[in-house]
Design a binder for this molecule. Structure first.
Ligand SMILES: Cc1cc2nc3c(=O)[nH]c(=O)nc-3n(C[C@H](O)[C@H](O)[C@H](O)COP(=O)(O)O)c2cc1C
Length: 225
C-alpha cells in the first residue's frame, strides 16, 4: 500500500504513477470524500467545468473489455480533444526517459515491440485497478477547460495519496472514447479529456518500482527581481 501522507509536501513526495493495482475496491465513502474535497480547487472564473465519471464493479469490467478490444484492434485513436502533439527536443528525451524507466523495471527490452505493445495495452485494462475515472468537459472550452480539469485531477490524485490510495493519470483513456461515451450517455457537445486508474498499489509489482527524474529548480523556475 502507498504510505499515507499527512501533509501536502509528503503527498507530493509520495505520489507516483502506479501501473499495477490490487483488486480490493476503495470504499465508496472514501471516494466521495476525495472528490468532494477536490471540488474546492480554483477554476477559471469559477466555471468548474468538470464532470468526472468514476466506474467500478461489473460496469468497469465491461468497459475495460470494450476498451481493450478497441485499443487492441489496431484502429487509430479518435480522441475527443487534440492530443496529437509530437514531443520535440528535451521533451522527447524526457518522454523516452519515462518509457525507459518503466521498461527497465518491467524487464522489457527496447526492441521487443510485442512486449511494449502488451505493456501499452495495460492502460485500457486500467492496470487491473478496481476503479477508473474519466474526466469530461464541454468540448468548446478547449485549452481553458483543460487547465481547470488538470488542476481538479491533480487535487484528486494528492487527496488519494494522502489516504494511501494510488493512481495513474492516463491520457490513453481519452484515445478511444467510444465505449465510455456510450456507457455515460455523453451528449455530443461533451468530450472525455483524460482518465485515471485508482486503487491500492500492488506492492510486489515491478512496474510500481518505476522512478522518474525531475529537472532542477533553475531549469524550471526563474525568480525575477
Ligand atoms: C496528463 C497526463 C497524462 C498521462 N497519461 C499517461 C498514460 O496514458 N499512461 C501512463 O502509463 N502514464 C500516463 N501519465 C503518467 C506520466 O507518464 C507520469 O506522470 C510521468 O512519467 C512522471 O512519473 P510519476 O507520475 O511517477 O512521477 C500521464 C500523466 C499526465 C499528467
Amino acid at each position: 500500500m502507498t504510505e499515507p501522507a499527512s501533509t501536502v509536501t509528503q503527498a507530493l513526495r509520495a505520489r507516483r504513477s502506479t501501473r499495477a493495482f490490487l483488486p480490493t475496491p476503495v470504499p465508496r465513502a472514501v471516494l466521495e470524500e476525495v472528490f468532494a474535497l477536490a471540488l474546492r480547487v480554483p477554476s477559471n472564473c469559477n466555471t468548474q467545468p468538470w464532470r468526472a465519471y468514476v466506474v467500478s464493479g461489473a460496469q468497469k469490467d465491461e468497459l475495460r473489455q470494450a476498451l481493450l478490444d478497441e485499443a487492441g484492434s489496431g484502429r487509430p485513436p479518435n480522441a475527443d480533444f487534440d492530443w496529437d502533439v509530437r514531443f520535440e527536443g528535451e521533451h522527447r528525451e524526457r518522454q523516452f526517459g519515462a518509457a525507459a524507466a518503466l521498461y527497465g523495471t518491467t524487464g522489457i527490452e527496447r526492441h521487443d515491440r510485442a512486449a511494449r505493445q502488451r505493456s501499452l495495452l495495460r492502460n485500457w485494462g486500467f492496470f487491473d485497478a478496481p476503479h477508473a475515472v474519466f474526466f469530461t468537459m464541454q468540448r468548446y472550452l478547449g485549452m481553458v477547460g483543460a487547465v481547470d480539469l488538470g488542476i481538479f485531477a491533480q487535487a484528486v490524485s494528492l487527496l488519494l495519496t494522502e489516504r494511501g490510495i494510488a493512481s495513474c493519470f492516463q491520457g490513453a483513456l481519452g484515445m478511444y472514447p467510444g465505449p465510455a461515451r456510450r456507457l455515460f450517455a455523453l451528449p455530443e457537445e461533451v468530450g472525455i479529456l483524460f482518465g485515471m486508474s485508482l486503487g491500492y498499489a500492488d506492492p510486489d509489482a515491478p512496474a510500481n518500482r518505476t522512478c522518474t527524474g525531475r529537472i532542477g529548480l533553475d531549469a524550471a523556475v526563474s525568480f525575477v527581481g
